[in-house]
Design a binder for this molecule. Structure first.
Ligand code: GDP
Ligand code: MG
Length: 444
């Protein structure tokens, strides 16, 4: 315990004097790594370029948190910018329109349109209690129509009866009419796709759009799409006015670069994510998770986050002042324990620092965990303010009362008091001279 706390306290102390800002050189060096990570995650080159420039502007001159390297700090800034660009909040499918609400599904062949149509229908039916009608507009492939009918039966959603010889626009109009008559809330129109973008496909989808005036035009795209993501998204959006993106195959190896590319190019939100072939493998889009997947530096990000949480300048000043005066009471101890609890114990933070494995092992050996911090804080909160300020008055009867109040035995209270005394002594040494710190730590 003492090692961990000392560690933190020394951090607070040096944090008062050693704070720096990111230099141009720091940022350039770190962005080289970031650019590589983004390209490896299949973010399109033009997006990587504009993105890193934006980050550069933000990062140069930014304050580097204590206990964090400039490189780590840049990674954190990159991560936050990624999350912001991916869309800070989850978006939902907008059904706020007169019934039946048409939803047009578009995208390249094999991107997962038909599967996703069924998945969304299932979700709207069971979660949002809407009556949904499905219609396949894939006139060239009878098998595609049958595929949607099979999926519809599987999820318990009705499909428009297949009538041979009709055009996509005719089917779409028929679907809208059937939905009106049948009292459906939503009509999902599953369009045909091509392996690559072609004019015939775009024109057909545009005609269907004109005929049905869909409230949502969802672009279904494979998360594995690499550099093509930009062109695909741009083409569909320019021609059809996409309102949202559904990214499929996020269950696979895709790092998620396509999410950033498509979002950056269209400015349209990613609304849902496909995570498997099954009809319930559909999830909300979580920007933070995807940012982590793209960047692949989650450990650094959480390290910086924890450092940021921990460094509370005001409290650091307060503690430093108390140390200087040789007054570190149980109230202060309680606050320190609360911070350590927030950090997920000492082990949590230390485990992420390079070369800390050994120390972490020792600390874990000492059986320190969040539960213990909680218990110790419970003990302190069962004390009166006077007792907290002046633990010397804690004699047997008071200890018994506190033990009862906090549900521990007296031995545990004694252990806490002994720990506090040792710490307070240590701090006196540190406070008495600048060179005392190393010595005090050496003596622990
Ligand atoms: P469409 O041509 O755009 O209609 O694509 P389909 O819906 O027919 O899907 C093509 C293939 O991708 C099928 O085998 C689906 O099961 C599969 N698929 C669709 N979405 C996902 C997904 O999120 N994850 C995985 N692993 N497979 C998917
Ligand atoms: Mg299909």
């Amino acid at each position: 315990m003492f090692e961990g706390l000392s560690e933190r306290l020394s951090g607070i102390l040096s944090g008062l004097t050693r704070r720096g800002a990111l230099t141009e050189a720091d940022v350039t060096a770190a962005l080289r790594e970031v650019r590589r990570a983004l390209l490896e995650a299949d973010v399109a080159l033009e997006v990587v370029r504009t993105f890193t420039e934006k980050v550069r502007e933000q990062a140069v001159g930014a304050t580097v948190l204590k206990s964090v390297t400039p490189g780590q700090m840049v990674v954190k800034i990159v991560n936050d910018q990624l999350v912001a660009m991916l869309g800070a909040e989850a978006e939902v499918i907008d059904l706020n329109a007169p019934s039946p609400v048409p939803i047009l599904m578009v995208g390249l062949q094999g991107s997962g349109k038909t599967t996703t149509t069924a998945k969304i229908a299932k979700r709207l039916t069971s979660r949002d209690r809407r009556r949904v009608l499905l219609a396949s507009l894939d006139t060239r492939r009878p098998a595609a129509m049958e595929q949607l009918a099979v999926l519809g039966r599987q999820v318990g959603v009705e499909t428009l009866p297949i009538v041979a010889g009709q055009s996509a626009v005719q089917i779409a109009k028929r679907a809208m009419e059937a939905a009106r008559l049948g009292g459906f809330d939503v009509v999902m129109l599953d369009t045909a796709g091509r392996i690559t973008i072609d004019e015939g496909l775009m024109q057909e989808a545009a005609d269907v759009k004109a005929a049905t005036n869909p409230h949502e035009v969802l672009l279904v795209a494979d998360a594995l799409t690499g550099q093509d993501a930009v062109n695909t998204a741009r083409a569909f959006d320019q021609r059809l006015g996409v309102t949202g993106i559904v990214l499929t195959r996020m269950d696979g190896d895709a790092r998620g670069g396509a999410a950033l590319s498509m979002r950056a190019v269209t400015g349209k939100p990613i609304k849902l994510v496909g995570t498997g072939e099954k009809v319930d493998a559909l999830e909300e889009f979580h920007p933070a998770r995807v940012a982590n997947r793209i960047l692949g530096m989650g450990d650094i990000v959480s390290l910086v986050e924890k450092a940021a949480e921990t460094i509370d300048q005001e409290q650091a000043l307060r503690v430093a002042e108390k140390m200087r005066k040789g007054k570190f009471d149980l109230e202060d101890l309680s606050m320190q324990l609360a911070q350590m609890e927030k950090m997920g114990g000492i082990g949590g933070l230390m485990g992420m620092l390079p070369g800390m494995g050994q120390i972490k092992k020792q600390v874990e050996g000492a059986n320190l965990d969040e539960k213990m911090f909680k218990r110790q804080r419970a003990i302190i909160s069962s004390m009166t303010p006077e007792e907290r300020r002046n633990p010397d008055i804690l004699k047997a009867s008071r200890k018994k009362r506190i033990a009862k109040g906090s549900g521990v035995d007296v031995a545990e209270i004694n252990k806490l008091l002994k720990m506090h005394r040792t710490m307070a002594d240590m701090m006196k040494v540190m406070g008495s001279g600048k060179r005392g710190l190393g010595q005090a730590l050496g003596n622990m």
